[in-house]
Design a protein around this ligand. Structure first.
Ligand code: AMP
Length: 215
């Protein structure tokens, strides 16, 4: 199965993508995670990408399409994939269609996760991620004994640099101007499936599996 998880920052794409990847046995491809790994590596590209991310802006389409070209051709995508954070612009969506045609693949569904704007700000500002296992926590929901330590693996919990309120507002504006139009691109192709992203992790996961016929 080949899926795209779509929605504004903070809707829970990363959390649901991780769950679905395990449940459906397909690769989780997160462009944000790839860029954060590049940034942690300290490479020149990583440093440039971090500056763009910290400003709440988007990395250029050419670079992102180039990265996805390599990833989609790699063995990790052979059994299917779930894209989290790509495509984020209409040109990226168009390039993905061309790329998948070349590879004789197609997208089965685009899951459009919906959430109210004020919930986005609250969720992102209270989000913590584990440096070791990648689990995402929310300080308003998860009762952590120590907000610096992952209860699952003991790894260090950190707040993403782009999860500061001022940057969150910029990311939301970029979402509305550049990313939201991608919905229309997939709606016209009959692939867009709406899901309410406001429920618990479990209930949102159940709704997604339900609409995929994998309940
Ligand atoms: P995410 O983890 O998906 O919220 O992505 C974090 C940041 O990485 C975004 O705010 C962008 O700066 C950058 N990014 C991730 N995916 C893309 C993409 N497909 N196109 C452009 N920039 C991206």
């Amino acid at each position: 199965m080949r899926l795209i998880l779509f929605g504004p920052p903070g809707v829970g794409k990363g959390t649901q993508a991780k769950l679905l990847s395990g449940q459906l046995g397909i690769s989780h491809i997160s462009t944000g995670d790839m860029l954060r790994e590049a940034s942690a590596s300290g490479s020149e590209f990583g440093r440039k990408a971090k500056a763009v991310m910290d400003a709440g802006q988007l990395v250029s389409d050419d670079i992102m399409i180039g990265i996805m070209r390599e990833v989609l051709k790699s063995p990790r995508c052979e059994k299917g994939f779930i894209l989290d954070g790509f495509p984020r612009t209409v040109p990226q969506a168009g390039a993905l269609t061309v790329l998948l045609d070349e590879l004789k693949m197609h997208i089965d569904a685009v899951i459009n996760m919906q959430i109210e704007e004020r919930a986005v700000i609250l969720r992102l500002a209270s989000r913590l991620t584990c440096r070791s296992c990648g689990t995402i926590y929310n300080l308003t929901i998860d009762h952590l004994a120590d907000p610096k330590v992952c209860p699952k693996c003991g790894g260090e919990l950190y707040q993403r640099d782009d999860d500061r309120e001022e940057t969150i507002r910029k990311r939301l504006n970029v979402y509305l101007s550049s990313t939201k139009p991608v919905q229309e691109y997939y709606a016209r192709r009959g692939l867009l499936k709406n899901v309410d992203g406001m429920g618990t992790i479990e209930s949102v996961n159940a709704s997604i599996r339900d609409l995929l016929g994998r309940a």
